[in-house]
Write a protein that binds this ligand. Structure first.
Ligand SMILES: Cc1cc2nc3c(=O)[nH]c(=O)nc-3n(C[C@H](O)[C@H](O)[C@H](O)COP(=O)(O)O)c2cc1C
Length: 368
């Protein structure tokens, strides 16, 4: 009974305090940010208005396909029913309530902030629908989350978000706004934003490193589903493949399939493409064919490419990684006891007292 009363209070707690109109100083190099929200009774909408008065961001509102439903009616019967359906079968798209089609393309954004209500200590079902359907487009993005509840704490919502978005980089801890501090949201949001690690323009998220025979070169990736899936895979571990020469390229199996977006093109020296969904080709000369573009090796001449790629040889061992291996050579899968636990920047520089951010620890990317 007490829970029911507190929910009724929750429905009424929409706050009238003025939004903070002062925009925080935007870091000049921050990549584009999208705020995605769902709001049933208006609290999350108010949070989004306050948030977007402090940062530059585009806004996407998720709407249920079926209008006018009352999720709280009959002691929250419908809300409960929707959440139970998801819980019973979380991997089945038909378990999630239908939402209006979304036309916003996530490929334009590197940072995404989710603003969602809490329902029965879980993420509101409508927002779960959106995250379930867009998980692959979100792979590799920097994601933050604000959760609004009446009074329940938000760990269940955080777990839902991690289940629904297994391949994102969390910008930092989720922010909890509840009935008693909703009116103070401008300050809460301002302080929270300072703790987040936003993706920057042209940062390592666009870059991979290619190591062949002890030499490492960076490559700039294009943004498509295949590269986002590749980045997500590389966040778990580097990938080593064995490639062979083919007169104008070195190529071979990537050991996994990526989503293709094949187009007829002339690949140029330095280009990296996906061929037939699961093969990687790196060119030192040109070739016209239907490929999915992945990226391009930075700054090498044709002759330098031939040398780097070991053109003409066979069984060339090629390692792809998100972090530059130089400086973290000791961090093999079995790190020595001396190096184990040390923290390195993404560029391989040892860090003694790391502040919040993404680092390499025991050979893996970690968020501190
Ligand atoms: C179906 C439903 C279930 C809810 N369950 C809880 C709950 O378990 N604990 C809680 O503190 N608030 C609960 N709430 C209240 C909302 O989390 C809270 O009012 C939130 O601010 C709503 O955001 P909105 O106004 O953007 O929809 C529930 C609300 C609804 C509609």
């Amino acid at each position: 009974m007490q829970k029911i009363l507190s929910f009724l209070a929750a429905m009424l707690f929409c706050c009238c305090s003025a939004d903070n109109e002062v925009k925080a100083e935007e870091p000049a190099n921050t990549a584009k940010t999208l705020v995605v929200y769902y709001s049933y009774t208006g609290n999350c909408r108010e949070i989004v208005n306050t948030l977007t008065s402090q940062i530059e961001a585009d806004v996407l509102e998720i709407q249920p396909a079926e209008k006018g439903l009352r999720y709280e009616a009959n002691n929250y019967a419908l809300g409960t029913q929707l959440l139970n359906a998801i819980k019973a079968n979380p991997n089945d798209v038909s378990s999630y309530p239908a939402i209006d089609p979304v036309t916003t393309s996530l490929s334009d954004y590197q940072n995404i902030i989710i603003v969602t209500p809490l329902w029965w200590s879980q993420m509101a079902a409508i927002m779960q629908s959106y995250l379930f359907q867009s998980a692959s487009q979100m792979a590799g993005k920097h994601v933050g989350m604000i959760v609004s509840s009446h009074s329940s704490s938000i760990s269940g919502v955080v777990n839902d978000a991690k289940r629904l978005l297994p391949n994102v980089t969390w910008m930092g801890d989720a922010l909890w706004i509840n009935a008693s501090n909703h009116s103070n949201r401008a300050t809460l949001i301002e302080n929270w934003l300072k703790t987040l690690t936003f993706a920057e323009k042209n940062t390592t998220m666009d870059k991979i490193y290619i190591t062949i025979g002890g030499q490492t070169q960076s490559a700039t990736l294009v943004d498509n589903e295949a590269t986002r899936e590749l980045i997500a895979a590389l966040q778990d571990a580097s990938i080593t493949v064995t490639l062979n020469d083919n007169d104008f390229e070195i190529w071979g199996s990537l050991g996994k399939s990526l989503t293709t977006k094949n187009e007829q093109m002339t690949a140029l020296p330095g280009d990296i493409v996906l061929y037939n969904g699961s093969n990687i080709c790196i060119f030192y000369e040109s070739n016209s064919w239907s490929y999915t573009r992945l990226g391009h090796i930075d700054g090498l001449s044709e002759n330098e490419l031939r040398t780097f790629l070991k053109a003409g040889e066979s069984n060339i061992s090629v390692t792809l990684s998100l972090a530059k291996p130089t400086g973290i050579k000791g961090l093999s899968p079995n790190p020595s006891p001396v190096r184990e636990g040390r923290i390195y920047s993404l560029n391989g520089v040892k860090i003694e007292n790391p502040s919040k951010g993404i680092y390499i620890k025991n050979g893996k990317k970690v968020i501190l």
